[in-house]
Design a protein around this ligand. Structure first.
Ligand code: AHM
Ligand code: MG
Length: 336
């Protein structure tokens, strides 16, 4: 039988996982259930009282939206009920969440997640996403998880993915065997296989960056942007700027069409804005597994960065290989 739904594909591939006990499969299925629930809530967000600010500020000093909190709770409870996860690091929670019931404590995995990325856009009906990264813990199962279980470089990821709540809801994941995409069919409530092994173009014509910060970008980025705005000989037009301000949507478009997404260091955010553990790493893993590239703009592969803090930020340059290489070339050539 040809696998068609997310659950079927996961089960069919189970034996390919390095630790084929079905644990990771179960976790992905539980994440997908939470994704469907959050998708349903987002779809009716305008007609129920779930839009707007929750009058609460998260650890990053950002105003939490009601849907942030709703999504956080849904994903935490779904991951918890998988019974194989011993702890969670979430953008919305200051410290790690230790799952200390009998079952979870014996779990082999930890999850890092941004339950609702780009949520400041939600009131205006712009696409948002959920990003997740799954590691095998390094401490002994049966004990409480420690911060070191989360502070692992992305090259140790067991799986990662995102859900894009767009004009349709999509789920992309990788376990290191390519990037696979699914689209939610709301009439039957199932994620249906869209692309078994995605490939991103080596080169592209789209650049995505918050150009409003131009004056506080490093010199190399400014020069790269000026280069991108010059007429390309092959197409007789400059590159196109496309920026939604919602990482999953911006990355997803570029993954399909070819492009580069950059969030560099700025005066306000000297290490960039995006968080290594639950934004940059999972996106980098998906990008590489589709043939793309992700670095910090200075020649360092995102997945090789050793994290030192749960909410650590890093500059992110991700997308088509040739475009990332070109942007890095400008950073090497033009120093501040
Ligand atoms: P969030 O996690 O608080 O939603 O912030 C992350 C978002 C990303 O989705 C997006 O790429 C970035 O912030 C946009 O930032 P800016 O408004 O500075 O361009
Ligand atoms: Mg985020």
């Amino acid at each position: 039988m040809v696998a068609n739904t997310l659950d079927e594909v996961i089960i069919q591939r189970q034996s390919a996982f390095p630790y084929a006990k079905g644990d990771l499969s179960r976790m992905l299925m539980h994440i997908a259930i939470a994704a469907k629930i959050v998708s349903r809530e987002i779809n009716k967000a305008g007609i129920i009282d779930i839009l707007g600010e929750a009058n609460n500020v998260n650890v990053q000093g950002e105003e939490q939206q009601k849907l942030d909190i709703y999504a956080n709770n849904q994903f935490i409870s779904a991951i918890k009920s998988s019974g194989i996860c011993a702890g969670i690091a979430s953008e919305e929670d200051d410290d790690i969440i230790i799952l200390d019931d009998e079952l979870s404590r014996n779990g082999h995995y930890v999850v890092c997640m941004d339950p609702l990325d780009g949520s400041s856009n939600i009131d205006v009906n712009v696409s948002v996403g959920t990003i997740f990264a799954i590691y095998r813990r390094v401490t002994e199962p049966g004990t409480k998880v420690q911060r070191e279980d989360f502070l692992q470089p992305g090259n140790k990821l067991a799986a990662a993915g995102y859900v894009l709540y767009g004009s349709s809801t999509m789920l992309l994941y990788t376990t290191g065997l390519g990037t696979t995409s699914f689209t939610l069919d709301p009439s039957i409530g199932e994620f249906i296989l869209t692309d078994e092994r995605m490939t991103t173009p080596d080169d592209g014509k789209i650049y995505s960056i918050n150009q409003g910060n131009f004056h506080s970008f490093p010199r190399g980025v400014k020069e790269y942007l000026i280069y991108s705005q010059e007429t390309d000989k092959a197409t007789n037009r400059p590159h196109s700027l496309r920026y939604i301000g919602s990482l999953v949507s911006d990355f997803h478009r570029n993954l399909l069409k070819g492009g580069i997404f950059i969030y560099p260091e700025t005066e306000k955010n000297p290490n960039g804005k995006l968080r290594l553990l639950y934004e940059c790493n999972p996106i980098a893993f998906l990008a590489e597994q589709a043939g793309g590239k992700a670095t910090d703009g200075q020649g360092n592969r995102i997945l090789d960065i050793q994290p030192t803090d749960i909410h650590q930020r890093v500059p992110l340059y991700v997308g088509s290989k040739k475009m990332v290489d070109k942007a890095e070339e400008f950073n090497r050539k033009f120093k501040d």
